[in-house]
Design a protein around this ligand. Sequence first.
Ligand code: SAH
Ligand code: SF4
Ligand code: F3S
Length: 445
Amino acid sequence: MNEENRGKYHIVTYGCQMNLHESEKMAGILSRKGYVETQNKEEADVILFNTCCIRENAENHAFGNIGELKKLKRSRPGLIIAVGGCMTQEKGKAELIRKRFPFVDIVFGNLNLEALGDLIDERIRSKKKIVSLRDEAPGAIEYDPPLRNSYPNAWVNIMYGCNNFCSYCIVPYVRGRERSRKPEHILEECRALVQEGYREITLLGQNVNSYGSDGTTEMRFPELLERVANIEGDFRVRFMTSHPKDFTKELVDVIARNRKICRLVHLPVQSGSDRILQAMNRRYTAGEYLAKVAMLKGVVPDAELTSDIIVGFPGEAEEDFEATLALVEKVGFASAFTFIYSPRTGTKAAEMPDRVEEEVQKRRIMRLIEAVNALTREKSAAYVGKEAEILCEDYDPKRGLYFGRDEYGRMGYFRSEENEVGKFVTLQIESANGVSLFGHAVRSR
Ligand code: SAH
Ligand code: SF4
Ligand code: F3S
């Protein structure tokens, strides 16, 4: 039941899909309190920042945006500003936020996001500023329903946290140890989503391949994925992220026999140099990674891969970087997210010697981006003259075109007189421009 109208909320989200989905959970909490969404900060009664701390620039971005609210808060003292997410879970960051932005009303973390509603009530009642954090991760708690805004796709958490402690990464420190949701809860949520008309489900976890290894369930990821794919209905399934060390033949077999599962695997490699992979604590070699790729392509020949790659990790020499470039060419990624290494306080890598100079990092990332873009362009060009089935996401009024992604994540644009959002539309591709495809609709369902 919604309470009486309380005014409007505005959420700013940084970071990954996990965070985007958690913003949907926060939106659910706020709407049940009686708030409605606004795109306009100026007219909001609650402004919420869902922060990310994966790299320094993610933090700086949030700091900048929070700082900009000082004036607005002065002119409207009743406005509630809340800061949550991953950054506030970092050691000492909540205090820093309080000092630097004394006008912030509520600081909370991703580990107690379900408390948001109570924290807002408390703030309204007591007029006291609030810092509310939980250090220990709760189990895989079942959250109240999110207010989704990603139709026709729906994100579904299958697990929380991470146990891997890659030496550069702060996620295990701010999200705690792995906790898996019970399969029956996940399946129930997916079934309901398909019934509501969602046409794509993305299963989310920092490392979906270790699903269940916390002892919550006997079920492992391949079986869970297959059960989701077996839900009756016309929809497709994605999942992310897969850690290469846990990527198995069993999973590949499940992909092969279920056409609802997209033939795109996001398999972050991070580096192509064994020395650097070891320093990153990734627990595989470049050769082992390539063997997994070969295994996937052997069983699912039309599979494509995307990746995350870091350049300028401490001690990365020119030859290490060359090994990364060579691996990128060898795999032929459909696309990849590329990052300059960013030291995160509290992680092992932040203490490592031989930091790579900024100039060198920049030069390397430029070369890497060029290599990745060339692959992406090449793969897009290969679509011309062929058909591609996209799931129509939205209409772009500026271009007058509908758009959506195919199973490989390629964005396809087309014209239509009818509303096509939420439909699978087969396009005859006429041209390609970098990452985008343009065509006309041949059929839809
Ligand atoms: N659990 C997922 C995603 C983690 S964060 C996984 O393991 O793939 C997404 C990406 O951010 C990582 O894959 C990594 O490439 C990048 N990343 C993480 N920490 C980083 C850091 N300190 N500096 C630069 N990039 C980083
Ligand atoms: Fe970070 Fe590694 Fe865990 Fe991914 S697997 S979240 S990169 S520690
Ligand atoms: Fe995601 Fe950033 Fe947290 S990448 S897990 S929101 S630190």
